[in-house]
Design a protein around this ligand. Sequence first.
Ligand code: ATP
Ligand code: MG
Length: 610
Amino acid sequence: MRVSRLMLVTLRDDPAEAEISSHKLLLRAGYIRRVASGIYAYLPLLWRVLQKISAIVREEMNATGALETLLPQLQPADLWERSGRWAGYTAGEGIMFHLDDRQGRQLGLGPTHEEVITALAADLLRSYRQLPVTLYQIQTKFRDEIRPRFGLMRGREFIMKDAYSFHGDEASLQETYAAMDGAYRRIFRRCGLRAVAVEADSGAIGGSASQEFMVTAEAGEDLILASPDGRYAANQERAVSLPPDPVPLPAGPATALDTPAKSSIEALATAHGLDPSQIVKVLLLLARFADGSVQPLLVSLRGDQQLNEVKLSNAVAARAPQGAGAVLEIAPLDAERCRDWRLDLDLSAIPFGYIGPDLSDGLLTHAGSGLRRSFLRLADPTAAELPRFVCGANAPDRHRLGVSWSDLGETPQVLDLRAAQPGDRCRHDPSQILEAARGIEVGHIFQLGRKYSDALEATFTNDAGFDEALWMGCYGIGVSRLAQAAVEQNHDGDGMRWPVAIAPFEVIVVIANVQESSQRELAEQLYGQLLDAGIEVLLDDRSERAGVKFKDADLIGIPWRLVVGRGAATGQVELVRRADGEKADRPAEAVVAELVERIRQERSGVEFGV
Ligand code: ATP
Ligand code: MG
């Protein structure tokens, strides 16, 4: 391909719309253009990258025995009603684009395909003899993200590979899950990326075990907590650890404490010589469900600990009243929320800042419709295990000192709700201290179990002749996000540094001065030889200054640059490697063979994980 024919438009300055390096570079180097918020045109250079990534993904999926398919993006609402996800995905912070057709039937634009594929499985998979089976597709997905940002990292329209497996029993599901884990590791390695597998939260998809693959990069949105011995790594949303030991409270009877204007843990601790780990803090929150009902929550945590909102949301979902549907939102109980959600609650009766775990349900008795009349009371073990502690007295300007849970009556339900932090000791080995790293989630694999097959009645006949629900797994890779993650992990001040395996072209031949016929002729000759040798090569034949072309070559990040300049007259060319800037003069007659050999090695090197 000739650069003069490539419609290449590069930008010298950073576009204002971009914050992180990879997004700036994709725009500047002419790989993408923004069409609307979270919606991008993939220009020819990026399309080549996406096709290369897709080819690697396809090869590895096929190698596991998975079958490629293509499912509709327009999905009928009733399938999502049957799985119980329609309301959660369309109302409130739901991310599914949805519309009515001319007959007034509701449709959604596929953010994911569990419903469609499970309905197909119900239809097509009848016998244990057909199992296990895995289907995958590479396709555009639509998600009306709350905060689309960072270019292709969080788009509203993006390319995903999604796969779904069906099994007769859990052991078979675990086998395929392990095969996918292996395939994912090979895919990321072959793409030339450094990726780590971490334990993950299963989120709205549901199911039991799940693992994410993170490309490590400073600009990553996810926080990874890992042990230095390599035995534990988890997304912070999911991570567990040992909390620091609390400072014991000196013995003594339970007493009241006057604490005017000490409504924060910090103010209370400082004013009364307490350690935050001696205080139980109580968060007053509201959870709104898909059916519109609202559950008030009282969450107790040790004063030095932070709430993990994902854990809380999962805990509330698991305790949702029958028919309430998904948890749409959890938010602090305040005037704004009461107004927005039309809750008729007398806030003046609530002693904010002085609440104890035993705050009375009586406060809720006059509450408006939709609000449940009793608190869901939850406590993290850090709070529940304190023998004696300080907490609010449920009256303004007053706390209680030295109380125990038995003094407070009913004990809340105890479960892990705290956010693990870097610096915490690990559960598997307390001498290991959790370290933080940032990552970009490029893949996520789940053992779904029977959640969707139960809901959509996808059953098969087992070898004993009985009908059973299918076991399922699902496996996603963000193909377009992966392309940008590769840039985030591989760039420098001059531009991108594509790994050879997914670079749009492997070599760029630059004619330093197109007015010089000796340079033009030699470059054309080398270009032809490289093409004949099966190398993906660009020829920069533009009548630009040499400096401009070198800058562009660095910016678009082609792994090898062959410069045909003044030396052409004596048959000399310059070979430059983008990754480390290594430069060397070479006789033109030998350079093609050398390049072919080095690229062949690089291609197979990543394939075999060298
Ligand atoms: P995130 O937590 O980043 O919102 P997710 O957990 O909702 O992602 P999955 O449902 O697991 O995403 O989707 C599979 C993969 O698709 C993700 O691992 C990610 O690589 C990619 N992906 C998800 N959402 C987007 C998006 N808005 N833009 C680009 N890629 C995405
Ligand atoms: Mg995910």
